[in-house]
Design a protein around this ligand. Structure first.
Ligand code: AMP
Ligand code: GLY
Length: 422
């Protein structure tokens, strides 16, 4: 089959690696891609915001399957346009992507379908006074969220009423543009956070190994929220019985509920969970794979991802395409640009990737580019360095030994990815 992958981050590098292992691939293209992905896939010279060019490209190149990595093209309706043109897509419709693109929609959907999640209230920007009244009198901590997509930055866990008040004013004041025209205010959930990815065909699904992200910028879960500074899998807090609850109480009713409203979910349903005393609650849904969890999850999964995605996209998932979801442990450490998630500089030379890979790790490119035959940093999250082992400790050691071999100016990384669970 011929495949087009859309995206350019570490997650897409991992998806490209996974898909490229399929024996059934004739041509594999990527737009816009990155130097890591170009090891497997050919650059497709199309803009991902120009949906008609993507359709034309798919027709010209006889693309059998489009795999969409990030949420923005899903929100923009790329899957819908492709499907209207008879092209097979792994990725939800704009309507189904609302599970991620509107937190208010997702919360109401969960309430309606009896899916466990924190108690919440929605406020429109013209209801700022009511929102402030609500936060001023509510017990703490309290979680304030911009409704729309905000690259992981639109959430404040407020420990004081003043912080909560300021967060509401900031969001309604335009800090997140259109994404902040509504806020969701929800109760704080305690417990341990995990990410579970369900590959869905609209009705049926399979889950991959649960993973744990490390969202804060600094060791010990200190500092600002980021897109994720590292992840490991499997996260053993998700025991078989917890996974059964996640399927029964969350994934099955979500797929049924989405079908009921005419928005069947085809793609990767990312369930962000808090597990408290073995009881799962949904913190968030995303409509795509997680980054940097995917790099760890895919490293321990065996099977034919191209066939898996194709079968799900065609509405009839073939679970047997995946032969093992848990072959050992993986730990993926993000190497970031100093200053991320705020301002940072790019364009620094990266050295040592070959040595790192020779030492046994897999290096995923996230924000890199090649100029004059030199590999340069080109984003906040630059690389993911992933170790794999029979134990989590072994995976962590392989990852961190490889991290030591890679250098670029201003580089920083957390030194404690996976440590809590060793
Ligand atoms: P979200 O974008 O909704 O996943 O929120 C970003 C992060 O904020 C999550 O990964 C959690 O660490 C934290 N968070 C969000 N909602 C809650 C909640 N209700 N209780 C506790 N922590 C939360
Ligand atoms: N790692 C969290 C996310 O992809 O949203």
């Amino acid at each position: 089959m011929n495949i087009l992958l859309v995206g350019s981050g570490g997650r897409e590098h991992a998806l490209a690696l996974a898909v490229s292992r399929s024996l059934n691939i004739k041509k594999f293209y990527v737009a816009p891609g990155n130097p890591g992905i170009f090891q497997f896939a050919e650059y497709a010279d199309i803009s991902i915001s120009d949906h008609n060019s993507i359709v034309n490209f798919c027709k010209q190149k006889h693309i059998d399957l489009v795999v969409i990595g990030p949420e923005q093209p899903l929100e923009a309706g790329l899957s819908d346009t492709l499907r209207e043109n008879g092209i097979v897509v792994f990725g939800p419709s704009k309507n189904a992507a609302r599970l991620e693109t509107s937190k208010g929609f997702a919360k109401e959907f969960m309430q309606l379908n009896g899916i466990p999640t924190a108690t919440f209230k929605r406020f429109k920007s013209y209801e700022q006074d009511q929102a402030l009244e609500y936060v001023n009198h509510h017990s703490l901590p309290l979680v304030i969220k911009a409704d729309g997509l905000a690259a992981g930055k639109g959430v404040v866990v407020a420990e004081t009423n003043i912080q909560a008040h300021n967060a509401v004013v900031e969001i309604f004041g335009g800090a997140f543009g259109k994404a902040g025209e509504e806020v969701v205010i929800e109760d704080f959930l305690k417990g341990e956070e995990v990410s579970v990815f369900a590959i869905c065909d609209g009705t049926n699904f399979i889950t991959l190994a649960p993973a744990q992200d490390h969202k804060r910028a600094l060791d010990g879960d200190k500092g600002k929220n980021t897109g994720g500074m590292g992840a490991y899998a499997p996260a053993l807090i998700v025991t078989d019985s917890v996974l059964e609850k996640i399927k029964k109480q969350i994934i099955i009713p979500t797929l049924a509920g989405m079908r009921k409203i005419g928005a069947p979910f085809i793609g990767c349903l990312f369930v962000g969970l808090m597990i408290d005393n073995g009881e799962p609650s949904v913190v968030e849904f995303n409509c795509r794979f997680g980054d940097p969890e995917t790099q760890a999850v895919i490293s321990i999964t065996e099977g034919d991802f191209a066939e898996l995605f194709l079968s799900a996209a065609l509405g009839s998932i073939k679970p047997n395409t995946i032969t093992n979801i848990q072959n050992g442990y993986a730990c993926n450490v993000v190497m970031a640009s100093g200053g991320y998630p705020d301002n940072y500089k790019i364009g620094y030379q990266i050295i040592g990737i070959t040595e790192a890979e020779n030492s046994g790790a897999t290096v995923f490119h996230a924000g890199t580019k090649i100029e004059n035959n030199t590999l340069l940093s080109n984003g906040g999250r630059v690389l993911g360095v992933c170790g794999k082992g029979k134990t989590l400790s072994e995976a962590i050691d392989i990852a961190y030994n490889a991290v030591k071999l890679i250098k670029f100016t201003d580089e920083y990384h957390r030194t404690d990815i996976g440590h809590k669970s060793k």
